[in-house]
Design a protein around this ligand. Structure first.
Ligand SMILES: Cc1cc2nc3c(=O)[nH]c(=O)nc-3n(C[C@H](O)[C@H](O)[C@H](O)COP(=O)(O)OP(=O)(O)OC[C@H]3O[C@@H](n4cnc5c(N)ncnc54)[C@H](O)[C@@H]3O)c2cc1C
Length: 437
């Protein structure tokens, strides 16, 4: 059977794309190699939606459904820890609208509340939402292998099918349109699209903070975990390693216990060279070396690790050299992308780099809009990229990679394929845009 649309990747971008396309009536196939949907948010236990502007309708709907069953709640920073470092505790006074504002105050000192969810509940909800759509077929445990292309119109190429494997069986699946939501550009890479790794040299886009020479530096990797009252229930290596930084991003979970993100653990470029298996060993040693200090700093002495993320959290990988590449200057305009006519998603998250001190540095920037052209490969007319590997410079990628932004990109990609019109995203309230201008 040929599908109108094949979406590869079941993470945030894929969720936005597949559910939106199916709701708009496209016969959609949604492929995911894992046995559950949810991508990094679920399998890497990144179960927090940081405060940032988004007009994603699907994210609001998902939040509402999780909140209604107490499988998500709002969390806000509280500096009531022994070290004075903030911990994200349940905040029943917050609303979803509050999470759409990165800063609570004009001085940019107080972060807005986040939405923290149960990872397993998110995976179940996404399956439930997919099952509600008659036009949507989900295939879990299905690995994309290869893109099969042919000549298309106007000198561009077209994808005609993808080769996939499930339970050892390899088959070709034909489609009219394709969306690469694999985070690491499995489809676009296989299709021969131009891709870039690491930091671009300043000459590439004139970014003021870019290095003179290209560099392979990539944002850091992290192995997130959950902890509950009681002893550690996972085996950690006896020997710890790495700087003894006690910095972490810790959020109270809806069902009790905490989600722990040690923020920086391993340089991204080292992780890619080590491979995930060896990198995981390194990350476990890093946790072993730091967990006692983190516990003390955040007043979690009675807590033990109960669940390590099955997958390492990867912040940055290959990125598409798209028809437009979002760059640092787009943030410094600070006008929610009003200088581009085709913005399909917005964010005001910081440009951040996760560094060896265990923390993260945030560069001041204004809010930004993501043009549709960032999703469009230069080489294809029926392939869009809706994931963290879309057309962003390394600097820009650090701010736009958030789950709700990815979801909004997926929604936009599906709308564009369905109607052919650029689904220009709703602008945020005027006062917020003006404040950053
Ligand atoms: C440690 C860490 C902390 C973060 N903190 C936050 C935060 O607090 N808030 C926030 O909003 N964002 C945060 N982010 C960023 C955010 O989680 C990711 O950037 C975002 O989830 C990426 O979404 P995606 O759709 O691009 O990719 P993913 O969610 O990774 O989805 C890609 C999917 O494609 C599948 N796939 C890949 N290759 C294939 C293949 N060949 N065949 C079939 N399927 C395939 C994968 O299995 C995966 O499910 C964090 C990221 C990390 C790593």
């Amino acid at each position: 059977m040929a599908y109108d649309l094949v979406v590869v990747g079941g993470g945030a971008g894929g969720t936005g794309a597949a559910l939106t396309a199916a709701r708009l009536g496209l016969r959609t196939l949604w492929l995911e190699r894992e046995s559950a949907l949810g991508g990094t948010g679920v399998h890497s236990l990144v179960s927090v939606w940081q405060p940032a502007y988004t007009s994603s309708r699907l994210a609001a709907e998902i939040a509402e459904r999780l909140l209604a069953t107490d499988q998500a709640h709002f969390t806000a920073p509280r500096a009531d820890t022994p070290s004075g470092r903030p911990i994200y505790r349940r905040d029943d006074a917050a609303s979803y609208a509050d999470t759409l504002q990165r800063w609570r105050d004009e001085g940019h000192t107080l972060l807005g509340p986040a939405l923290t969810y149960d990872a397993g509940a998110m995976a179940s909800l996404l399956e439930e939402m997919a099952a509600e759509e008659p036009c949507l077929t989900v295939r879990l445990g299905t690995v994309f292998l290869e893109a099969l292309s042919e000549a298309g119109a106007d000198g561009l190429r077209r994808l005609r099918a993808v080769r996939v494997a499930q339970d050892g069986e390899v088959e070709e699946v034909a489609g009219g349109h394709f969306i690469d939501a694999t985070a690491d550009l499995a489809v676009a890479d296989s299709a021969g699209c131009q891709i870039r790794w690491g930091q671009e040299p300043r000459a590439a886009y004139g970014e003021p903070s870019a290095p003179e020479q290209p560099s392979l530096r990539l944002n850091g990797w992290t192995l997130c975990f959950e902890c509950h009252e009681g002893p550690d229930r996972v085996d950690l290596p006896g020997e710890g390693s790495g700087p003894p930084a006690d910095w972490a991003h810790i959020s109270e979970l809806p069902g009790g216990g905490y989600n722990v993100n040690m923020v920086y653990q391993l340089a991204g470029e080292t992780g890619w060279r080590l491979g995930r298996e060896l990198a995981r060993e390194h990350l476990l040693r890093n946790i072993a070396g730091r967990w006692a200090g983190v516990r003390r700093a955040y007043g979690l002495e009675g807590y033990g690790i109960t669940h390590l993320a099955p997958r390492i959290g990867v912040r940055e990988g290959p990125r598409l050299v798209a028809r437009y590449v979002l760059r640092e200057q787009d943030f410094h305009r600070g006008d929610f992308g009003r200088h581009h006519p085709d913005c399909v998603a917005w964010t005001d998250h910081a440009l951040d780099r996760h560094g060896p001190d265990g923390g993260c540095t945030e560069a001041a920037n204004g809010p930004v809009g993501v043009p549709l052209r960032c999703l469009q490969p230069q080489e294809y007319d029926n392939l869009l990229v809706a994931c963290r590997g879309a057309g962003f410079s390394s600097i820009a990628a650090s701010a736009v990679r958030l789950q709700r932004t990815m979801m909004e990109l997926g929604e936009a990609a599906a709308r564009y394929i369905t109607t052919g019109d650029v689904p220009v995203a709703q602008l945020p309230a005027q006062d917020r845009g003006a404040r950053h201008a």
